[in-house]
Design a protein around this ligand. Structure first.
Ligand code: PAF
Length: 168
């Protein structure tokens, strides 16, 4: 009889824990794929998780990032569905979920932001000042913590996708 067992991904919430897990994966010679998300996962996210499976281990981050919400945008009401998200990730063999608190990602007194010139300025950038800076800031933090071989981003928000691509 064949059985497919799926276990929930391990969840870590502090940058130190994530770094320790990444270190262990590296020492074991594993390549790492990263899928940054804000949770409330849907089929688009799951297709990114499938794309990241070209690596030995996939890390999905679930973090509703306050710095990409404007004052009139409802950060507080963004859906937070961690248990359901873990259930969706379990059958896909995701090694690890990083679900930090706001304080872990933005400690008191944090003072550094990433600005991606030109591509952040037009279109949505005109009506959402600071939005793409918030996106780029959190993505750079996540890349620094997870040091992935591959990072997978959606193209639904095409301007955001262009911001991700613009690291030079
Ligand atoms: O597209 C998203 O879900 C977010 O903007 C991202 C890239 C995870 C950064 O918070």
């Amino acid at each position: 009889m064949t059985s497919t067992s799926t276990s929930l991904p391990k969840v870590v919430s502090s940058p130190a824990e994530l770094r320790a897990e990444v270190g262990a994966l590296r020492r074991a010679g594993r390549t790492i794929g990263l899928v940054p998300t804000m949770g409330a996962l849907h089929a688009g996210h799951l297709s990114l998780v499938d794309a990241a499976a070209e690596c030995d281990a996939t890390i999905v981050t679930i973090f509703v990032n306050p710095t990409q919400f404007g004052p009139s945008e409802d950060f507080g009401r963004y859906p937070r569905t961690l248990e359901r998200d873990l259930d969706l990730l379990a059958p896909r063999g995701v090694a690890l979920v990083f679900a930090p608190s706001v304080e872990a990602m933005y400690p008191a007194g944090h003072a550094t932001r990433v600005e991606v010139d030109r591509v952040s300025v037009e279109w949505e950038g005109r009506c959402r000042p600071g939005h793409f800076s918030g996106v780029a800031t959190v993505v750079l933090k996540l890349l620094q913590l997870a040091t992935p071989d591959v990072a997978c981003f959606g193209q639904k928000d095409f301007q955001q996708y262009l911001v991700h691509k613009r690291w030079a």
